[in-house]
Design a binder for this molecule. Structure first.
Ligand SMILES: C[S@@+](CC[C@H](N)C(=O)[O-])C[C@H]1O[C@@H](n2cnc3c(N)ncnc32)[C@H](O)[C@@H]1O
Length: 469
């Protein structure tokens, strides 16, 4: 602990209350840093705890998500404006500064309000010395606009990826991984658009579970461009205001996730009495859609998840589809315990989630290249098990919400090399029979890679495999 923060408790000199949205945002930032909290879970809980109005909730969300995403860039600005190493600034003060810089450079908050509110926050949360420090750093920051700061902090960086890493606030290893994935499609020039898309809130999309659609539905949305069961919410706000969402038959789900499930359920020919498996189902988003699809086509559907609490979430997600079996177990064992059993298997593998960075604002700062190595090992083991559990002639969808080549083509090609009975199906053809309009898919592989900047979806990867006798 440094001089600046010692008394993070009530201060006698406190002048006025902190605005609720700023207090909530600050508390979530601290929870993310100190308790490894996930902002997408911590924020709604805090909003509820503080009873924020919907306007304040919107402001708290923008403050929290915007600050977390741009943290890397803001830290560079703060280091320059304070002439201090970022590591030497206490976390409480640093988070107050990050929130202040976000308001100054990326929100339409008047300079005096951004500085005064931050100073006020420091008066409540930090020491007297810190108050002056916050005031000075933010005043220095406010002398230049965003563009000036972008030019200034990148003026000496000659390496293109390092420059983009600072400008778009992504760790450089992630910039390089995304670049490689785009280059593999011959679309390296889209890198900047992708990084920019990662820093924007995704639109809220809903899925209407097939078989439950009500034409008198009160949900105000418009059809998603690709998914035949998707809707984009016209207005923001909490989707649970709609009765159909509360009932669980309309759900929030990324359009890319819908397409991944539908490529398996609708993209290949079906036969009678099929058995389907979702091998890594938690928390159950795709399982709900697949279970509804299975019911429509008369197939038996089983969902599996290794973590008991997440298996519970799957059960809850399947509340509207009673009779679906949810098992709790290690997917790596299913191949041995249920060999040659399933006509269709979804392996939505645990992954780095580099394709969903816009949804998980802190995720980019928590991941490391080591995670890729650990996960590809697990992905390959799960894929081996799924191949064993697949009936000859059946279809296995290997899906990740990461576009990292090691997790996508790397795992698929590893399996194709290792198991001579396995061949890859044309997932592009399969998905083209599902989507409402043609997807712009680049490169010449058989798999599908969706992108936030190109398709407005998370960067889902979908490969289809089959095996012979
Ligand atoms: C990408 S998520 C699946 C998301 C899910 N399909 C959905 O749409 O809601 C991967 C899931 O795999 C689970 N998992 C990790 N290792 C597993 C294993 N060995 N066997 C089964 N599930 C596993 C994780 O707990 C996580 O819930």
């Amino acid at each position: 602990m440094t001089e600046e923060t010692r008394p993070r408790k009530k201060q006698p000199r406190r002048s006025r209350p902190i605005t609720p949205a700023r207090l909530v945002a600050f508390e979530v930032l601290m929870a993310v840093d100190e308790d490894d909290a996930y902002a997408n879970l911590a924020l709604p809980a805090k909003i509820k705890e503080f009873g924020l109005t919907s306007n304040d909730a919107g402001l708290a969300t923008e403050l929290t998500y915007g600050t977390l995403r741009m943290q890397g860039f803001y830290d560079t600005v703060i280091a320059n404006a304070s002439a201090r190493d970022i590591e030497t600034i206490d976390l409480v003060v640093l988070n107050i500064l990050r929130l202040g810089v976000h308001q100054l450079l990326n929100m339409r908050v008047a300079t005096h309000a951004a500085v005064d509110e931050s100073v006020n926050l420091a008066e409540h949360m930090a020491s007297l010395g810190a108050v002056g420090f916050v005031n000075a750093v933010l005043r220095r920051t406010s002398r230049h606009d965003l563009e000036d700061w972008q030019d200034f902090v990148t003026r000496d960086i000659s390496n293109a990826e390092e420059r983009l890493s600072v400008l778009y606030s992504h760790p450089v290893w992630i910039v390089r991984s995304l670049k490689q994935s785009l280059e593999a499609e011959g679309r390296g020039e889209e890198l900047e658009a992708l990084l920019a898309a990662d820093n924007v809130n995704p639109r809220v999309t809903l899925v209407e579970l097939p078989g439950f659609v009500d034409t008198n539905d009160e949900v105000e949305g418009e059809p998603t461009p690709y998914s035949p069961v998707g809707m984009s919410l016209n207005t923001g706000g909490d989707p649970t205001r709609f009765a159909r969402v509360r009932e669980g038959v309309v759900r929030v789900q990324d359009e890319g996730s819908q397409l991944a499930a539908l490529t398996l359920s609708r993209g290949v020919d079906s036969s009678e009495h099929e058995q389907w498996l979702d091998m890594c189902a938690g928390p159950g988003g795709k399982a709900a859609l697949l279970a509804a699809e299975a019911e429509e086509s008369g197939a038996i559907f089983i969902a599996n998840e290794v973590i008991p609490a997440r298996a519970e979430l799957v059960r809850h997600a399947l509340d509207v589809l009673p009779g679906v079996e949810v098992i709790t177990g290690d997917g790596r064992e299913i191949g041995e315990t249920m060999p040659n059993t399933f006509d269709r298997i979804l392996l939505d593998a645990p992954c780095t989630g580099l394709g969903a960075l816009r949804r998980r604002p802190e995720a980019r700062w928590r991941k490391s290249p080591k995670d890729v190595g650990d996960l590809t090992g697990l992905q390959a083991e799960l894929l081996r098990s799924a191949i064993l559990a697949l009936k000859p002639g059946g279809t296995l969808a290997y899906v990740t919400c990461s576009p990292h080549l090691a997790e996508t083509r790397g795992v698929v090609e590893g399996a194709l090399r290792k198991y001579p009975t396995v061949t890859e199906l044309d997932a592009r053809q399969a998905i083209s029979g599902v989507t409402m309009s043609a997807l712009d898919l680049a490169g010449d592989s058989k798999s599908v890679q969706l992108w936030p900047h190109r398709h407005g979806t998370d960067a889902m990867f979908i490969a289809l495999l089959t095996k012979s006798e």
